[in-house]
Design a protein around this ligand. Structure first.
Ligand code: G6P
Length: 610
């Protein structure tokens, strides 16, 4: 979603700011803008569309300033057009503001400001904030005070950066529910909503807390709360390096991230698997180990692909540890007054650690007394900090909007958690060892899946004209059917549905004819034969069958039109292998149809609004 970058230092700011925006393009956006101070005046350039357009619009050679702020906008209030693009200004044009998040009481504030004679030229909540700050400035003649006063009256979420000609050598940034990071360089500072925009300059950062602001000048910075109490913040190091956010020879981030999976899955279990003991060591969960041992129920909250990982985790944990697990969309959980209490353990799964609904659900679960644990990829993210304990995924930055490597890392970490919980309860050391060994072999097996590329591309060529796809699976493979369908629709815009294979008879079967490709995830488990029967049902109606099956399965060849083989593993680990061909199929389909793989239309990488 929206991205913020700001710079104050000794370098020319305009290039640096635009390049910072480019680093955040992956988040999804529809317009971009920049504001800089030159000759004591605020200048603003902004435009609908790509950062590339903004880059062409900005006369870099003519701009000598070393201070500015910039933004990529993902429309919430008002169309994605030039006028609504950020930065926005107060009525004098002397204060410019970029903002991520949503000011919920903006209508009331705007009405009041209009009564006081202020005007509005855009549909955005951000302009209201800018005018509000300007109104306070008129009273107090102090930018920091004006920002503080405005922020203490707004409801909702914000990450903001403010630049003003009144106090020209200063940028003020603040956060509430929307990330904001201060990068500390040599006589220069970069503020950004995403560390990806900072890493090219420095890896020393301070992650602002909710309700905190930073006032940055050329001489240094101070952090304080919006209530004006000074805070002392520790400088931390960004955990990734610049190569990890570059394509490194791949055509797209998504493809790179698919191919990184042998390594990222290994990183998810590295140092955590105790193969001989048939057990797992997860340092981040030490403080809650007794809670986990006695948990009566686990509730998992997540969104999107992470929600699919949660569904697989439900099967894993119930099978190995016999603890009842419920999986909920975070967006539903947060508003339905869930019945939970101190005996429950809640897992929040999130790649970004910033998804607004998941974060709000975490807060709701904490409010009700549950122990809330985070399984998050982005180190230092809001969900990681809001949860009592947890385990990082260590997948490295995921740039492609369609989640791939984070999913397999989530599944790997969930397999570790299930194994650990199982060993605390009924699972024997021998069974634990068998599972731990299988987990350790996953990276090599994922690499083998890449050998199926030719078959995958043939399937893509044959069905690129299809308007619909159906994805079916049972047991551990049912959530995978949902994930396969999601991947395809996200990036190729082909309509796709995922279903539990047996449910097909209760509706989707009506759609099946010779034009309907049906992807079956039909790996060897206790219900393999049942899945074969479902395949026969589709075949009898002339549907085209694409099967993901285990190596050595000859029966499947007799019924399927196409087979993609993956190595054998335990049924609970199958999704970690079987999702790889589904990711590749979606990727090559999107490529063939000329879609923007890494930045699909309307989608955002990190959904920081409800
Ligand atoms: C967005 C992304 C998805 C992601 C979902 C949840 O919709 O496009 O790829 O699965 O958010 O995000 P999270 O960061 O919480 O895993």
């Amino acid at each position: 979603m929206c991205g913020i970058v700001g710079y104050i230092g000794h370098q020319k700011a305009s290039h640096l700011l635009v390049n910072g925006l480019k680093r955040m393009e992956y988040r999804g956006y529809d317009s971009a803008g920049i504001s800089f101070l030159e000759n004591g005046k605020i200048n603003i350039l902004k435009q609908k569309g790509k950062v590339e357009n903004l880059d062409r619009l900005v006369p870099h050679d003519l701009i000598n300033t070393t201070i500015g702020i910039a933004h990529t906008r993902w429309a919430t209030h008002g169309f994605p057009n030039d006028v609504n693009a950020h930065p926005h200004t107060d009525n004098t044009g002397n204060i410019s503001v970029v903002h991520n998040g949503i000011i919920e009481n903006y209508t009331a504030i705007r009405t009041k400001l209009k009564q006081d004679g202020y005007s509005f030229f855009t549909d955005t909540d951000t302009e209201v904030l800018a005018v509000f700050i300007g109104a306070f400035y008129e009273k107090v003649n102090n930018l920091e005070e004006a920002v503080r006063m405005a922020l203490s009256e707004v409801d909702g979420t914000y990450g903001i950066a403010v630049l003003s000609s009144y106090e020209p050598d200063k940028i003020i940034a603040a956060r509430m529910g929307s990330p904001m990071v201060l990068g500390i360089g040599e006589n220069e500072y970069i503020i950004a909503s995403d560390a990806a925009a900072i890493i090219a300059h420095t890896n020393k950062v301070i992650y602002l807390d909710d309700g905190e602001m930073v006032i940055v000048t050329r001489e240094g910075f101070i952090t304080k709360t919006v209530l004006n109490e000074e805070t002392k913040r520790q400088i931390e190091a960004i955990e990734f390096d610049i190569q990890q956010i570059e394509k490194s020879g791949f055509d797209h981030f998504m493809l790179k991230e698919i191919y990184e999976q042998p390594e990222t899955v290994k990183n998810a279990f590295r140092g955590r698997l105790l193969i001989e003991k048939g057990n797992v060591k997860l340092g981040g969960l030490n403080s809650v180990i007794e809670k986990l041992r006695t948990a009566k129920r686990i509730i998992i909250i997540a969104c999107g692909t992470s929600w699919h990982a949660a569904l697989v985790a439900e099967y894993m944990i119930e099978q190995l540890a016999h603890i009842p697990v419920e999986v909920e969309y975070a967006s539903e959980f947060r508003y339905r007054n869930p019945v939970i209490g101190p005996e429950d353990v809640v897992f929040a799964i999130s790649q970004s650690g910033e998804t607004a609904d998941t974060l709000a659900a975490v807060k709701e679960a904490k409010q009700k007394g549950a122990t809330v644990l985070g399984f998050v990829n982005v180190v230092g993210s809001s969900i990681a900090r809001e949860t009592e304990a947890g385990t990082y995924l260590h997948a490295g930055p995921e740039i492609g909007v369609a989640s791939t490597k984070a999913f397999t890392s989530q599944l790997t970490v969930m397999a570790l958690v299930a194994l650990m919980l199982g060993r605390m309860r009924t699972l024997s050391q021998l069974d634990g060892k068998r599972i731990a060994l299988e987990i350790s072999e996953l990276p090599e097996k994922i690499t083998k899946v890449f050998d199926q590329l030719k078959q995958i591309k043939e399937i893509v060529d044959e069905y690129a004209h299809a308007k619909n796809f159906l994805y079916l699976g049972r047991g551990f493979n049912f959530p995978l059917a949902l994930e396969g369908a999601l991947k395809l629709k996200e990036i190729s815009y082909i309509h796709a549905e995922g279903y539990p294979a047996a449910e097909m008879k209760h509706g989707p079967i009506a759609l099946i004819d010779e034009n309907m490709p049906v992807v079956f995830i039909a790996t060897q488990d206790e219900i393999y034969d049942k899945v074969l029967s479902n395949i026969e049902e589709v075949k009898a109606r002339k549907g085209k069958i694409i099967a993901i099956a285990n190596e050595g399965d000859e029966r499947i060849k007799l019924v399927a039109n196409h087979v993609i083989y993956i190595p054998n593993t335990l049924p609970m680990l199958n999704p970690i292998l079987a999702v790889v061909p589904l990711q590749l199929m979606a990727y090559f389909m999107a490529l063939k149809l000329g879609c923007n793989v890494d930045q699909p239309r309307n989608l955002a990488k990190s959904v920081t609004v409800e």
